[in-house]
Design a protein around this ligand. Structure first.
Ligand code: HEC
Ligand code: HEC
Length: 227
């Protein structure tokens, strides 16, 4: 004897078959998404709002600087590679000029320390294969420094001098620095993107132009902070 449930499932499946046959391809696709039921409309909408790739930039370590990397590189929607933590470091609060060679350091809840350098477009990341920082963790960014003539600043022994920017609070669950440090600049929902120089410091610590060989492009200036 078939249970009412099996009966119902069988009936609706065949009814659905007839129904689907009468619909266009687009409607079938939409129906499939609804029935699939594994999407997350909130995250989908946030991803959609980020827009497509910058022209001429392939998906990879140099793409989408300043965007919340782990919105996409997370269990859902699961873009490869899954990120443990990722973000971007910029030069100042008014431009999207990237800082290459900044060192990002995480001090996690169980005493592990992780270090990464930013690439030519300012991005850094730890994939989940590389690192498993435990929340909450503290964050510090060591920014490279330059003389006004553009040469790297060093101490008398020739070691580069870094300027330390430490986050006063802990990161307790977001794998994307840009989850809080968004590209919209300082606002109610954002503490502003991560940067090395205040506007005043920009003249005395000039960051070099983006390397010509760099495969990334900075974010569009639209939406830059009015700070
Ligand atoms: C809007 C979604 C989205 C965002 C935001 C995003 N990525 Fe990606 N990323 C992708 C997709 C899609 C791919 C291609 C995945 C594939 O090939 O399977 C990709 C690929 C990559 C790869 C793998 C390249 C390779 O060859 O294996 C790296 C590394 C990467 N992204 C880093 C980043 C970093 C760092 C950020 C943040 C600064 C970021 N992504 C932000 C969607 C995104
Ligand atoms: C939960 C939101 C949040 C996340 C996620 C977050 N931050 Fe922050 N960050 C803040 C807030 C708020 C401040 C300012 C107050 C403070 O220092 O605690 C800040 C300050 C900073 C500062 C100091 C800024 C300055 O000019 O002195 C740095 C550097 C920084 N964050 C780096 C990072 C990095 C790198 C990541 C990712 C690994 C990250 N933050 C993730 C909220 C966040």
């Amino acid at each position: 004897m078939s249970s009412p449930l099996t009966h119902l499932a069988g009936a609706s499946a065949s009814a659905l078959g007839g129904y689907v046959a009468r619909l266009g391809a687009g409607a079938v696709l939409a129906l499939g998404l609804v029935l699939g039921g594994c999407g997350n409309p909130v995250i989908d909408a946030e991803i959609e709002a980020l827009g497509g790739e910058a022209e001429g930039v392939a998906p990879g370590e140099f793409h989408r600087p300043g965007q919340p990397c782990a919105l996409c590189h997370n269990d859902y929607p699961g873009e490869d590679p899954l990120m443990a933590v990722a973000g971007t470091v910029f030069a100042d609060p008014v431009s999207f000029h990237p800082v290459e060679g900044a060192e990002v350091i995480l001090y996690d809840a169980v005493g592990q320390i992780f270090r990464k350098e930013t690439n030519c477009i300012g991005n850094f990341f730890w994939t989940r294969d590389e690192a498993d920082p435990q929340f909450p963790f503290a964050v510090e960014v060591r920014c490279p420094t330059y003389n006004t003539d553009g040469t790297p600043k060093t101490d008398p022994t020739g070691k580069p001098i870094f300027k330390v920017k430490a986050m006063g609070s802990w990161v307790s669950r977001d794998r994307s620095c840009a989850g809080c440090h968004s590209l919209t600049g300082r606002q109610l929902d954002s503490t502003g993107w991560i940067y090395c120089n205040t506007q005043q410091e920009a003249a005395t610590n000039p960051y070099p132009p983006i390397a010509e060989t760099c495969a990334g492009k900075p974010p569009r200036q639209k939406g830059a902070a009015s700070e």
